[in-house]
Design a protein around this ligand. Structure first.
Ligand code: ADP
Ligand code: TRP
Length: 333
């Protein structure tokens, strides 16, 4: 049986990139695997977070997962910090991770270049925690967007290092699942930058909580070139903004980009953008609505998260005992 683990940091609103690049795929995978989906709050505190806001963000992000279709009868939904084995395994894995491997990570370099503050160990060692998140479940598959690929390669290297060092075949090497066309949704303002929560301009992204007017306005204002849509994919290559909007359309409607071009070849933005806005609203409005409904009852969300953490704890404590046994460490039981 496949076992899946994935997660997002509960920092602010999720956007269309998170939805199309990750969440939508998580929902689709629920029927053929044992799935664990988490709110990665330990990762979130690698940049400063106001405590109450952090706790509330975990609830809101959990509501977004459920509103998008994560079914807690099928999948385990939990907050990372409530499952202590993640952090404990991280320590053990860190003793096998050469600094040279971490120095290669581009996300760390980008994030620390942006930050004016001190360079902190947490931001640097973040990928080792991510490896622990995955390996403590002995997960076989990890669905993520394109930007996390490097971290998954590192996870495989660390799993291999553990197995070799202790002469065991304990951790499976997890497969990245970078699925669909929209593995890298780009900013609506700049087709060369990825859509991200941390972009200063709210017009660069569509948030899952945006209302219909806002979505239409953002798509209307999206940067594009003046040309009409081409009739073949090759002609999109040098047009990143056009390519991005076509990709979003295709992914929202579960069609190929080629079939979208077939329909819209020769159309200008005055035709395509309103059509895209309609599709985006039709797809996102029910999610937003459901999210609002779920957030009316935070006690129920907390109940779901506690239940999920208990389930996650049972499996991860078992694995942690096995790992400690291999390493020569002590456990209570
Ligand atoms: P952000 O970059 O907005 O802070 P996260 O790093 O929390 O988002 O990413 C959460 C998940 O969403 C990851 O699996 C990531 O690969 C995916 N993801 C984030 N941004 C995009 C994007 N623009 N396109 C596709 N997938 C994305
Ligand atoms: N680092 C991921 C991100 O920023 C979130 C994450 C943490 C994650 N642990 C993970 C994703 C384990 C997949 C598997 O998006």
């Amino acid at each position: 049986m496949k076992r899946i683990l994935s997660g997002m940091q509960p920092t602010g609103n999720l956007h269309l990139g998170n939805y199309l690049g990750a969440l939508k795929n998580w929902v689709a995978l629920q029927d053929d695997a044992e799935c664990y989906y988490m709110l990665a709050d330990l990762h979130a505190i690698t940049v400063p977070q106001p405590p109450e806001k952090l706790r509330q963000s975990a609830r809101e992000t959990a509501a977004a997962y459920m509103a998008a279709g994560i079914d807690t009868a099928k999948s385990t939904l939990f907050v990372q910090s409530a499952v202590s084995a993640h952090a404990e395994l991280m320590w053990i894995l860190s003793t096998l991770t050469p600094l040279g491997w971490l120095n290669r990570m581009t996300q760390y370099k980008e994030k620390s270049a942006k930050s004016q503050d001190l360079e902190l160990l947490g931001l640097y060692s973040y990928p080792v925690l991510m490896a622990a998140d995955i390996l403590i479940y002995k997960a076989t598959h990890v669905p993520v967007g394109e930007d996390q690929k490097q971290h998954l390669e590192l996870t495989r290297d660390i799993a291999g290092a553990f197995n070799r060092h202790y002469g065991v075949d304990y951790f499976p090497l997890p497969e990245p699942q970078i699925l669909g066309d929209a593995t890298r949704v780009m900013s609506l303002r700049d087709g060369t930058k990825k859509m991200s929560k941390s972009d200063e301009s709210d017009y660069s992204r569509i948030n899952l909580t945006d209302d219909a007017d806002m979505i239409a306005k953002k798509i209307k204002k999206a940067t594009t070139d003046p040309d009409a849509l081409p009739d073949n994919l090759a002609d999109l290559v040098k047009r990143p903004e056009a390519d991005n909007l076509v990709t979003i359309y295709a992914s929202l409607t579960d069609r190929t980009r080629a079939s979208v071009l077939e329909e819209y070849a020769g159309s200008g933005w005055g035709i395509f953008k309103p059509a895209l806005a309609d599709i985006a609203v039709a797809k996102l409005a029910p999610i937003t609505e459901k999210m609002r409904e779920l957030l009316q009852d935070p006690v129920e969300i907390d109940r779901v998260l506690i239940h999920g953490a208990e389930h996650a704890n049972a499996l991860t404590q078992k694995h942690l005992r096995e790992v400690k046994e291999i390493v020569g460490l002590w456990s209570l039981m």
